[in-house]
Design a protein around this ligand. Structure first.
Ligand SMILES: Cc1cc2nc3c(=O)[nH]c(=O)nc-3n(C[C@H](O)[C@H](O)[C@H](O)COP(=O)(O)OP(=O)(O)OC[C@H]3O[C@@H](n4cnc5c(N)ncnc54)[C@H](O)[C@@H]3O)c2cc1C
Length: 406
């Protein structure tokens, strides 16, 4: 790299759901932000949905994102979990949560959330400045006490703080010398939107099959969003069969709770490789979102962890400022790591363990069906899981309580 030509306060790298949300969180908190995110080129539309827990919903509301959605997120009022295939003529939902007044979580399509984040960024009218550099970062390293970045055009920048939100295959993470620890599943997830023959009554359902969990999350009307995690070979087979064959296979695997199920959108496949990092920062360069962790989608928590990353990191930057310290101060890294790592490791281990335990052992499934899961339904563990899913048990940040501390 040659001499720096631009000096930036805070640079956010990556224009996925995490990068845009991180940039908005900083802006709303009064910080000037430079977002490095090339315009998506021929990338296929993201047909996935995101389940957002109550704390994340509060945060997205206070950031002005929820109001930018063309249609409101779909509330989940019930969650049901079953083990193995449906037993003929019997309701076999062993774990059940329901909440009449406060939704347990909300479902929003990723494309809609992405568009709402764009609109919220474009219509921001606060005092802080937002600059969108429509280019990728090709080099990122520490140079003295600042970070030095180089973009695709060869322009060089210095930044007091860099937040890398460049996804699970993060190249910035590699440039920081951080190697993630992977927990391979051998699974891929097939996703699509599905029409249900019967009303879903805003119920999210997950069935643990012997090749992986199959989940249907409620969308508007009688539509639902499918995440079917299964072995790589099975996923390839399910992806390549005709729509009619897939509809039959899906209805057979999920059972008849919502009647016949049929595709309303194209299928897509996502390889599942949960991973976490041993540390989050190198100097003033810090990881967030999937660059720092990706977890099995069975709990619908990946983006919720990213929301918690932003809530905690920005709150630590603010608290450093109150102590007279800049966004570069290294105490921010220590606090961020201490506050994020326990939750991330716990959820990565819990979701990967649950997937391995329940997806590979049909006999265990049967015995759990008979005893363990029934006991779990009555135990304090269930209330812990509910609390964690609804509020983010360990991530205590003002934004999760709907407070913006600018
Ligand atoms: C099947 C499936 C279902 C899921 N369901 C849920 C759910 O219900 N609830 C939930 O909370 N989470 C869920 N998740 C997880 C969630 O989708 C992810 O956590 C989230 O999308 C990650 O967003 P990200 O911005 O961190 O990463 P990405 O979406 O990977 O974005 C990274 C961005 O960085 C850009 N980039 C990369 N390199 C550079 C560079 N050098 N310079 C500039 N830009 C760069 C990329 O182009 C991309 O735009 C699910 C995941 C899967 C696979």
């Amino acid at each position: 790299m040659t001499a720096a030509t631009h000096t930036l306060p805070i640079a956010v790298i990556g224009g996925g759901l995490t990068g845009k949300m991180m940039a908005l969180t900083l802006l709303q908190s009064g910080y000037d932000v430079h977002l490095f995110a090339p315009d998506p080129s021929s990338r296929p539309a993201d047909g996935r949905s995101t389940t957002i827990h109550a704390g994340g919903y509060q945060m997205l509301s206070v950031l002005g994102v929820i109001e930018q959605l063309a249609t409101p997120p779909i509330p989940i009022s019930q969650i049901s979990v079953a083990m193995g295939r449906e037993k003929k003529g019997q309701s076999d939902w062993l774990l059940h949560w329901s909440e009449a007044e406060t939704p347990l979580a909300y479902v929003v399509m990723n494309e809609a959330l992405d568009g709402a984040l764009d609109t919220a960024l474009a219509s921001f009218t606060g005092e802080a400045d937002f600059t969108h550099h429509r280019t990728a970062i090709t080099a990122c390293e520490m140079a003295g006490e600042e970070a030095q970045l180089c973009d695709e055009d060869g322009t060089i920048y210095k930044a007091q703080r860099v937040i890398a939100c460049d996804g699970a295959k993060s190249s910035i993470r590699a440039m920081m010398g951080i190697t993630p620890r992977a927990l391979p599943t051998g699974q891929s997830a097939i996703i699509a939107n599905i029409a249900c023959q019967l009303p879903h009554d805003n119920r999210a359902c997950q069935r643990f099959l012997d090749t992986g969990p199959l989940a249907l999350m409620p969308l508007a009307g009688q539509e639902a969003s499918l995440v079917w995690s299964t072995t790589r070979a099975d996923a390839a087979y399910l992806l390549n069969m005709s729509d009619d064959e897939f509809n039959t296979a899906l209805t057979k695997a999920f059972g008849l709770e919502f009647g016949a199920l049929s595709l309303t959108t194209a299928r897509a496949s996502f390889p599942l490789t949960p991973q976490f990092v041993p540390r989050y920062s190198t100097g003033v360069i810090t990881l967030a979102g999937d660059a720092a962790h990706s977890i099995h989608p069975l709990a619908g928590m990946g983006y919720n962890l990213a929301l918690a990353d932003a809530a905690i990191l920005v709150s630590e930057i603010i608290s450093a400022k109150q102590r007279g310290l800049g966004p570069y101060h290294l105490s921010i890294n220590q606090r961020y790591q201490a506050l994020r790592q326990p939750e991330i490791i716990a959820l990565t281990a819990a979701t990967s363990g649950l997937n391995r335990l329940l997806s590979r052992s049909p006999s265990l499934l049967q015995s759990l069906s008979a005893t363990g899961m029934i006991l779990l339904n009555k135990s304090p563990l269930k209330s812990y899981i509910s609390k964690a899913a609804m509020t983010g048990q360990l991530a205590k940040a003002p934004l999760f309580a709907g407070k913006l501390s600018a």
